[in-house]
Design a protein around this ligand. Structure first.
Ligand code: PAF
Length: 279
């Protein structure tokens, strides 16, 4: 496994695109969710690249950026074990120089869910992911569906810009109690850990209500949210029932839908979602 830190070396190493190349973009502090993306990439391609870069452009909150966990040795071991060939770990100045003048935005897919609560976030994600795609020239790129809105935004960018890249969305990897794996879970205080799992529990109770005949999106969001709020340290930012493609908030349910939420558990902001089959 090769560790690369400069853009020049990356370009040189990847100049020949003769193997099916995959990219797993990450911000480090890797966990089993990332390992599973890397293993999928390993199975489905010949050259597996992982990018580790805590992208300052996508943090709308300075404290979130400062407390974002970093651990290169730990990440390197996970990449190695999961079968990566190349791991790119640039510094911020290597990656961004003095900062980009370009801006990218996708208002249609970011007006709901996290968009209004994280101004500038998806713009920062779009820009860095577009740059990564140019740098790595992958045939496939792997993203976890825990960040469902991010997955859709990137899928749509690739469509709009005709990047020759398959965007592969992978199912969320969960702890035994259902909590979605996330690098931010590390910052949860022990007394908040159980309360964090109330988000997925809420979605599953809403799913049961739907299967029992309640097809009112606002009711389902409220059912899930009420479960989350049984945790005394939980503060819900939003719970929404949206169309899986357009991410429009649904007034009525006609097919599959996604129930998604963002919740502060103590000081940690967590997101999760569940795709529910409508028909
Ligand atoms: O999901 C993430 O970790 C990041 O948003 C990504 C896609 C690596 C872009 O920085």
């Amino acid at each position: 496994m090769k560790i690369i830190r400069s853009l020049a070396e990356l370009r040189e190493t990847l100049s020949v695109r003769d193997k099916v190349r995959s990219l797993v973009p990450t911000m480090g502090y890797l966990h089993e969710g990332h390992a599973s993306l890397i293993r999928d990439a390993r199975r489905e391609s010949e050259q597996v690249c992982v990018n580790i870069f805590v992208n300052p452009l996508q943090f709308n909150n300075a404290r979130d950026f400062e407390t974002y966990p970093v651990s290169e040795d730990h990440d390197r071991a996970i990449c190695e074990e999961a079968g990566a060939d190349i791991v790119f770990v640039p510094t911020a100045s290597e990656m961004l120089g003095a900062g980009p003048a370009l801006q990218m935005a996708m208002p249609a897919l970011t007006k709901n869910l996290c968009g209004p609560f994280r101004p500038g976030h998806f713009e920062g994600v779009l820009l860095i992911v577009a740059k990564l795609f140019h740098l790595f020239l992958p045939h496939k790129a792997y993203f976890g569906k825990k960040d469902y809105q991010q997955f859709r935004v990137i899928q749509r960018m690739v469509e709009d810009l005709s990047f020759p890249i398959d965007i592969i969305g992978c199912e969320t990897i969960r702890e035994a109690d259902g909590l979605a794996m996330s690098s931010r879970n590390k910052n949860l205080k022990p007394e908040h850990r159980e309360q964090a799992a109330l988000m997925i529990r809420g979605f599953r109770i809403a799913e049961k209500a739907f299967n029992n005949g309640n097809a009112n999106p606002a009711d389902l969001a409220e059912i899930a949210q009420d479960v989350m709020l049984t945790g005394p340290d939980n503060r819900v930012e939003y719970t929404q029932v949206v169309d899986p493609e357009t991410l429009e908030v649904l007034q009525e349910i006609e097919g599959d839908f996604v129930i998604a939420a963002a919740m502060h558990c103590g000081e940690v902001r967590l997101i999760d979602n569940l795709l529910i089959r409508g028909g």
